[in-house]
Design a protein around this ligand. Sequence first.
Ligand SMILES: Cc1cc2nc3c(=O)[nH]c(=O)nc-3n(C[C@H](O)[C@H](O)[C@H](O)COP(=O)(O)OP(=O)(O)OC[C@H]3O[C@@H](n4cnc5c(N)ncnc54)[C@H](O)[C@@H]3O)c2cc1C
Length: 229
Amino acid sequence: MVEASAETATARRLTFEVPTWPGNDAGAHVDLRLTAPDGYQASRSYSIASSGSGTRLTLVVAEVADGEVSPYLVRDLAVGDEVELQGPLGRYFIWRPDDPAHAGPVQLIGGGSGVVPLIPMAAANEGAERPVEFRLLYSLRTGADAFFGAELAGFERTRVDVVRTRESDGARPAGRLTQDEFAEATIPAAQSPALFVCGPTPFVETVAAWAVSLGHAASAIRTERFGGG
Ligand SMILES: Cc1cc2nc3c(=O)[nH]c(=O)nc-3n(C[C@H](O)[C@H](O)[C@H](O)COP(=O)(O)OP(=O)(O)OC[C@H]3O[C@@H](n4cnc5c(N)ncnc54)[C@H](O)[C@@H]3O)c2cc1C
């Protein structure tokens, strides 16, 4: 690891230099493996917050209380430490700018750390020769839990809607995203957007079911589940 910084009070941004890295599409992930001095190994998947052809990749890891791997990555891994990374992985949950297959509008929906793979998609569209309509709906607990504050503020071609579940933002009371809010904030099914939904498993399942009930084709909905109950 070559750089680390606090993303929030409970999440950390980690940058790795991988000389053999082949580059990666926006949305891909890696499998990260840790090996303890006694040989015990643990492996977890992490989305790549960066994309393109460079040899550096960035992850953002949220600490899961009582977790085996994430507390170590958030609290203990030091600059200069090495981990094993396998990837890039994932051919399905990716978006490529200027690819004719990805020429339609894109609706991103992230819950908590599920926003990680969505950010490089929006960033890639910001820099694309032929940008398409992009919207991001981001559900998080409180304003202090927001990842990528600077990136979100800098997007000029992405409409960003944020829903806070545990505090009011002044205009909206605290509470989970509702189906009505989802319908209001997202690109209508009539425009046939590609939907990328990522986050805790219950969040992803709820949102995907709403999308289908609002008329989106199941084949247009791509999901990535981070686990959790
Ligand atoms: C494709 C993919 C990409 C992912 N990308 C990211 C990412 O970019 N950033 C990130 O922080 N995490 C990401 N995750 C989740 C990550 O792989 C781990 O599951 C997470 O870091 C917890 O690992 P742990 O070893 O700390 O917890 P574990 O020891 O595995 O689990 C401890 C307890 O927490 C529960 N739990 C496990 N995962 C979660 C979770 N995500 N939320 C809530 N509870 C959970 C378990 O059910 C268990 O009860 C991704 C997962 C997948 C499958």
